[in-house]
Design a protein around this ligand. Sequence first.
Ligand code: PEP
Length: 276
Amino acid sequence: MIEGVAEMLREGKKYLIGNWKMFKDEIQAHAHFHLLAQFLAEKKIFLDVAIAAPSVFLSDLVRKTQNLVTLLAQNVHWEREGPFTGEISVPMLRSLGVSGSLVGHSERRLSFGENNVTAGKRMGALLRGGLKAVLCVGESLEERDQGRWSRVLETQVCQAFEASGVKNAFEILGSFAQSPLLFVAYEPVWAIGSGHAASPAQAQEAHSFLRNIFSFYFGRDVGEYVKILYGGSVKASNIKDFLSCPDIDGALVGGASLNVQEFFQMCERAASLVKG
Ligand code: PEP
């Protein structure tokens, strides 16, 4: 274990990421972000809160984080620059002060041809650039019904890491030196936006499996310290059930993160599980 890293990561912090997808106009985005920063400043809650915002809002929102909200993009290209119309790069995010990005979200996989290789390349570019990468994985309903969910998750993680160029545990753990950079979001496709969340037992089983995958392929330290978030119809009424599970470090929240009051409630409930 790299010196000092273990202590920093053993603090049992919880992570909450709101994914705004392609919602909100400029006024709504600013108002929501401002209220969130104000809420976190007033409540002083011990929770790491991030928003994955539409890219057009990033340069303005980054000025409003007050070091209380982590700002993420929803996608990023793996090349530093080039003729890739419509894409944004890691150096662009860095130059703005944006902290990282989601990669491989199932909506990108289903609607935009994203796959394990492209997700992995994006993740590698982020980690090499010192930015946070939230690698989204998860099985379809058919794959779960056929009992293939664990094989699917293993393939998603392994192919993404193969494509990322991130070769060993040291490289991954080294990237944890200041704050965690590597996040995996377990998001069963059937639970996203459906109102039918996985049960906490199903989520815990998948998270424990993912942690073992990281331990097996990258070493026990990586398995222990990778931050694994659950996503899929999380809301204020069920967030504590998920975050109480031993292998669930936080939540990636879509629909429920769009509602200011609901998101505040989720922050409070998540923070109530953590010793400040
Ligand atoms: C998501 O978009 O990552 C997500 C989990 O959506 P929802 O919370 O709406 O299911």
